[in-house]
Design a protein around this ligand. Sequence first.
Ligand code: DGT
Ligand code: CA
Ligand code: CA
Length: 568
Amino acid sequence: MQNRDIARALETIVTLLEIRGEEHYRVLAYQRAAETVAALGRPVTEIEDLEELPHVGGTTAGVIRALAEDRTPPLLAELSEEIPAGLVEVTRLPNVGPRTAGRLWKELGVTSVEELAEVGEERIAALKGFGKKSAERIVRAARNYNAREHRMLLDEATALGENLLAFVRAHPSTERAEVAGSLRRRKETVGDLDLVAASTDPHALADAFANADFVTEVVAHGDTKVAVKCGAVDVDLRIVEPEAFGTLLHHFTGSQAHNVVLRERAVKMGINISEYGLAEAGTGDYEPVATEEELYERLGLAYIPPELREDWGELEAAEKGGLPALIETRDVRGDLHVHTNYSDGKGTIESMAEAAIELGYEYLVFCDHSQSLRVANGLSPERLRKKLEAVRAADERYGEIHLLCGSEVDILRDGTLDYEDDLLAELDFVVAAVHTAFNMPEEAMTGRILRAMNNPHVRTIAHPTGRLLNRREPYAVDVSRLIEEAAATNTALELNSYVDRLDLAVPYLREAVRAGVRLTIDTDAHDEAALAFMKFGVSQARRAWVENGSVINCLPWPEFEEYLRKGK
Ligand code: DGT
Ligand code: CA
Ligand code: CA
């Protein structure tokens, strides 16, 4: 097993232990071990003494070793035997964590989502610690649950896609290969994976792929198409001769809507497009096209990057030379919203700074949580002042990067902020965010955030709609009003790059940029590895046609410093 799979197996153990109702510290040991393995720079198998890794003790080391050697650790075997398999799916429901799933199982005999949907609400409401409202929410979630709606987040899809692609590219007959489908378009969640390859020996490549280690089930196996399952994920591999790679890649990149309008346009020019090539209308003689660049050129269009292929106006723009100069990850000069172990992060000021230096950043702003957010170990004013000093001292020591101290300050129910203005004024940068009372009516929630925007110290609103992909709907808020007020108060809006947030969503980002609102693209990283999530924020921005001029943290340091000095 590779690190990723090992980390995932450890996470499964965590979920199962929680369902069982195991002590918190014991669960935490596996959680920490999973994080360590996930963040490890080299394969676990290369490490002689696993116990030297952070957060790995004797017991967890044994489990990791077993997994690395493809053995099932006894603990996992025992848990799988004891806990009904359907409960893991129950934990994916919004508002149902593993501990709740465990209680529903032990106290009501629920073993699957289907059973939960049928269990009477009164029976759940009667359990200790549950109320009528939460019982209703749980049953509703179970009834609405559709297993197929669970889509992969971008980090998982990207990692899997890269592994599969590396396998296909390593085959001796492969000349070119790419990931296609929604992952290539960097959609915020991905259903299944589509790979396309150009091969001089399709038969051999198809065989090798169908027989690869990562395949858990072969669904279909021909010379041009192999469909497999890798665990829960469906993967399609399509194979052509190298001459026809361009149209094949284009076809399976989609989106379907983009393909449809492109085809209509081609027909008007007397050209038919298929995955095999281009044909003069009425002939059916498809002539292969080797690259996407050539395909667009033949249709009189500039090359359209995959992120824009959604039929959101990209053809007209490509025709008129009006495509945006899309932002790229390398345009980003700093991260304005990261956490440390002062609040709920895992990294230190130093470790986060060093990771940011690795990324080539010119500046980094530490924004830990504010005092009321006890669950996240929010900083009292005293602790914030101490941290401010620590950041100033660290900034002196690190010549390569500018380290700044900010706060992710809570927007309280009434729209006031969780620190006094004079303390906010001492900070370099203030990010404001809603973390509580998500159920407010839209009017009240909108007013709450508008008020925060009017605070002169608030530079940006973090994760403005509060959604968690696959887990929590956005709170009720009038985003268009936020955009208007952001423009009026010169407040930025954050595009939070964390893979389960990607908040703001693409249509709002477009609206914001059109209204002249500037964005901050931040990772909200709680550990060093998550700083690399910036690429997911950037791809989301690209889908929204964002250019680097709209993004505050694309400013080079002197201009960023000027922006800080000038105030809002
Ligand atoms: P996903 O997998 O739901 O995240 O989204 P996509 O865009 O990857 O969609 P998928 O996997 O169904 O198909 C990949 C691409 O193939 C799609 O973007 C356009 C193209 N395509 C070709 N023929 C069809 C078709 O008959 N239906 C659909 N939906 N797409 C097609
Ligand atoms: Ca797909
Ligand atoms: Ca597909």
